[in-house]
Design a protein around this ligand. Structure first.
Ligand SMILES: Cc1cc2nc3c(=O)[nH]c(=O)nc-3n(C[C@H](O)[C@H](O)[C@H](O)COP(=O)(O)OP(=O)(O)OC[C@H]3O[C@@H](n4cnc5c(N)ncnc54)[C@H](O)[C@@H]3O)c2cc1C
Length: 461
């Protein structure tokens, strides 16, 4: 059907009953799932270039050794049904307990299965990358790179995690070269890696750990050097799923330093009761969004500059069995973790020489695991360029994502709500800070579905 046909007055109810979602990773899939489950009239169109929903960067990994970083008991698609992932595991013949860490690619299967249970003929998937979004009477026309288009009163942006920004050493960008792996989530380069390769991984977060596991596991002659500014690896989960330690918070505005003191006091108070810091971190997770809202902009900036890394390595923990593999690699001398960053890189044959502190490493590959690029003004994603160009979106003040309300309504450059445009997941980071993992995304997806049911019920009343 042409766009003009879709815009005929007779189709206005259909336009009001349709929701377009841009991106079919976990955020887009959970949003589609919640919409289709709770509203029998709604039709959902998802644009996802891979044509495969539920995967995205986290659950699209092809390596079965990449595990969830969150226990299965906290990874249900539905906040009101916390046991649903475990039910699915049982239905599909898997042994999975609430404290286990499922391979991430199987989690993608779970989301696809649950969507298939629900969608029927009300779901349309368009395997195209969205390049344009245009306001039209009654809503927006969303257009993919190969020309497919859909019109809807409501569009949900679930474009998720962008690839890391370009690596640069001393201001000079790393050249495009076979040894330079710019996208750490596409693992195809590892197939061609020599059995005795040395790999430099830039970054020490969870993606860097995935990379080290994929390179080193089962390849005893390979080695990895991980390097980041702080050289801090994520902490490991502990083998117990105890109750979070809930901290009493003072009322009123907060500063980043007060917050750090508060955390330290709570860790000490918990320790006096024999409670580990892990439970204090888990206790802070629930109120993180409201704490963030109480920090003035300058204090958020100070938190990011001074405390964020120390918080992130405690908050985003790895499965204990992954931590045990890393310990073993380090004990074997095959994994080294350095702080300070790369100080130089020299083209040499057959491999470039990478300087890390005093050491020089002939690297078969240099992998960029510095984390998603979050500044939308520098994004290579055409839908973001289109939104900014049309004044339908703006970066948040901290350049962590899109400017939006806590409910995900997009704000334009002067802070006005843009009707009908919402976002779910990582793009809300500037507003909420804690927004990138399933326990938060599933709540947002359910809330967005409820929010969108309101206008539709009025339009068709
Ligand atoms: C390596 C890794 C591991 C993680 N592990 C966990 C975990 O164990 N537990 C947990 O709770 N969280 C985990 N997370 C957090 C993770 O961010 C979320 O769980 C979730 O996967 C985010 O999903 P998303 O759909 O928002 O983003 P993404 O996974 O990035 O998906 C976005 C999708 O949008 C599509 N897209 C982008 N632009 C366009 C466009 N212009 N047009 C159409 N489609 C577009 C992309 O193709 C992609 O499929 C992990 C994150 C990473 C990076």
């Amino acid at each position: 059907m042409t766009v003009a046909a879709e815009l005929r007055p007779a189709s206005s109810a259909a336009v009001a009953d349709r929701v377009v979602i841009i991106g079919g990773g976990a955020s887009g899939t959970l949003t589609a799932l919640n919409l289709l489950r709770t509203d029998p009239r709604v039709h959902v169109t998802v644009f996802e270039p891979t044509g495969r929903l539920g995967s995205g960067v986290a659950y699209g990994t092809t390596d079965a050794r990449h595990l969830l970083n969150v226990r299965a008991g906290n990874m249900s698609a539905f906040p009101q049904e916390p046991g649903d992932l475990l039910t699915w595991a049982e239905q599909t013949g898997r042994e999975l307990s609430a404290t286990d860490f499922l391979p991430r690619r199987e989690y993608g299967e779970y989301l696809r299965d649950r969507l298939a249970d629900t969608a029927g003929r009300r779901l349309r998937v368009i395997a195209e990358r969205v390049e344009e979004i245009t306001p039209v009477p009654g809503g927006y026309e969303v257009r993919g790179h190969a020309g497919a288009a859909a019109v809807s009163a409501s569009v949900v942006l679930a474009h998720g995690n962008e690839a890391p920004g370009h690596l640069a050493i001393g201001g000079t960008p790393l050249p495009e070269a076979p040894w330079h792996v710019a996208d750490p989530w596409n693992l195809s380069w590892i197939e061609a890696l020599a059995p005795d390769a040395t790999v430099v991984v830039v970054g020490t977060g969870l993606t860097a750990i995935d990379t080290a596991i994929s390179v080193l596991d089962g390849a005893p002659q390979r080695s990895v050097v991980m390097v980041s500014r702080h050289g801090l690896l994520p902490q490991a989960h502990i083998d117990c799923q105890c109750v979070a330690w809930v901290s009493a918070l003072p009322s009123g505005p907060l500063t980043a330093d007060q917050l750090a003191d508060l955390y330290q006091q709570q860790v000490e108070a918990a320790a006096e009761h024999g409670v580990n810091w892990h439970h204090v971190v888990d206790g802070f997770r629930g109120p993180t969004q409201s704490i963030w809202a109480r920090l003035p902009l300058a204090e958020r900036e100070r938190f990011l500059a001074v405390y964020a890394r120390a918080w992130e390595v405690r908050r985003h923990r790895m499965a204990p069995q992954i931590a045990a593999r890393l310990d073993a690699f380090q004990a074997e001398g095959r994994l080294r973790v350095s702080s300070g960053g790369i100080t130089g890189i020299e083209e040499a044959s057959p491999y470039p020489l990478v300087r890390i502190g005093e050491a020089e490493v002939a690297a078969h590959a240099v992998v960029n695991c510095t984390g998603p690029q979050t500044d939308v003004t520098r994004s290579a994603n055409p839908v973001l360029s289109a939104l900014l160009r049309r004044g339908l979106a703006a970066p948040d003040e901290l350049r962590l994502g899109l400017s939006c309300t806590p409910q995900g309504e997009l704000l334009d450059a002067v802070g006005q709500i843009v009707p009908g445009l919402l976002t779910v997941g990582p793009p809300r980071k500037g507003t909420l800070y804690e927004t990138t993992a399933i326990p938060e995304i599933r709540v947002q997806a359910a809330e967005v579905a409820a929010h969108l049911r309101g206008p539709r019920s009025r339009a068709t009343a």
